[in-house]
Design a protein around this ligand. Structure first.
Ligand code: TRP
Length: 353
């Protein structure tokens, strides 16, 4: 069986460091591992429209931004197909057939949908399209026969729901669809990076993100303003590293070689944490170190982004070509789905018999 990756992001804003550690860097590693036969990275504009119907311009503006973020992180268009969801209309048709395999109460129980409905104050007025997006996500995944879906932890319920749809479809219509497996980051700190204000999630609306495209001085300003242990008031006070965003970021980003390079008085992160717990280590010193670590990680990404920004027509061509490639793959699956459901009336004249 072929090994195939499909994953994607909603283009509602530029991508941030939470996206990077939660999924983007993993995708780049998987891409470069050479273990996958096909890789599809989707800009999920149709999904983004399910809760932005009144602001299509916001989605449109972010198509190129997200594509630039992908290329900046090292997604290589020679190895991965980058495409735009709405340019593959087969996905919508698949969604329509899958909708019959899912109950309303099952979608209502999806924890991600539940919390997103709350966040958006949709309780009394959920757009039907929004409600159905887990089903459309199953169409995205199965259209490409994806075996692996590298995403953030918040997408686990989507993958569960997708697997159920695959089982149901295959049991009714015969083996047609492929069951996917979720790939989560192996580093626990990367599962969900908090915002710089310590809130559980980085989100554009909370204004607590460090973006991949932020300039050096913006990153520094954000790091120096980060929330830490609120009880660590004086340098000599003992501090808490658990749940402390500065240390969570270090857990996510710090590599052993950064100590000799930027903070040679410590051997490693454990030693730094011990000192903070004992007392005598100030927040400013830790933040300055984190800033250097982040700059080291982000500057190659920022540089690559700037290069691609000089070649926007190439980015446009990558998306256009990618969408064509993606559509032909999805069309094949749709053909197989229609045959399995016996709604392929004009493939031959057996309808007459
Ligand atoms: N739901 C994902 C997000 O919030 C985007 C997405 C749409 C996706 N379809 C997908 C991710 C299929 C993985 C697989 O960013």
């Amino acid at each position: 069986m072929k090994k195939i990756i499909l994953t994607g992001d909603r283009p509602t804003g530029r991508l941030h460091v939470g996206h990077y550690v939660g999924s983007l860097s993993e995708r780049v590693n998987l891409q470069n591992s050479g273990l996958y036969d096909e890789i599809y990275i989707m800009i999920a504009d149709a999904q983004a429209l399910t809760d932005n119907a009144e602001h299509p311009e916001k989605i449109r503006q972010n198509i190129l931004q997200v594509a630039l973020d992908y290329l900046a992180c090292g997604i290589d268009p020679e190895k991965s197909t980058i495409f735009i969801q709405s340019m593959v209309p087969e996905l919508t048709e698949l969604t329509f057939y899958y909708m019959n395999l899912v109950t309303v109460s099952r979608v209502q129980r999806n924890p991600t949908v539940k919390s997103e409905i709350q966040q958006r104050n949709f309780e009394a007025s959920i757009p039907v399209g929004f409600f159905c997006y887990p089903i459309s996500q199953a169409a995205d995944i199965t259209a490409f026969h994806a075996t692996a879906v590298p995403v953030g932890e918040d997408q686990l319920p989507m993958l569960e729901q997708c697997k159920e749809i695959v089982h149901k479809f295959n049991s009714i219509y015969g083996e047609t669809l492929t069951e996917p497996e979720i790939i989560l980051p192996s580093n626990k700190a990367c599962l969900r990076l908090p915002g710089i204000d310590g809130k559980a999630k980085m989100s554009k609306s909370l204004g607590n993100c460090i973006y991949l495209s932020d300039e050096e001085d913006e990153v520094k300003k954000k790091v120096m303003s980060m929330f830490t242990d609120p009880n660590h008031l004086r340098v000599q006070d003992p501090g808490n590293v658990d749940g402390n965003p500065v240390f969570i970021y270090l857990d996510a980003f710090c590599k052993p070689e950064y100590f000799p390079e930027f903070l040679p008085e410590y051997q490693n992160l454990d030693e730094l944490k011990d000192h903070y717990r004992r007392g005598g280590l100030g927040d400013v010193k830790v933040k300055k170190f984190l800033n250097k670590v982040l700059q080291a990680e982000l500057s190659p990404i920022r540089e690559r982004r700037k290069k691609w920004e000089q070649h926007l027509p190439d980015v446009y061509d990558i998306l256009k070509e990618g969408s064509k490639t993606a559509e032909s793959k999805a069309a094949q699956t749709l053909h197989d789905v229609r045959s399995a459901m016996k709604i392929n009336y004009f493939d031959d004249n057996s309808l007459l018999k």
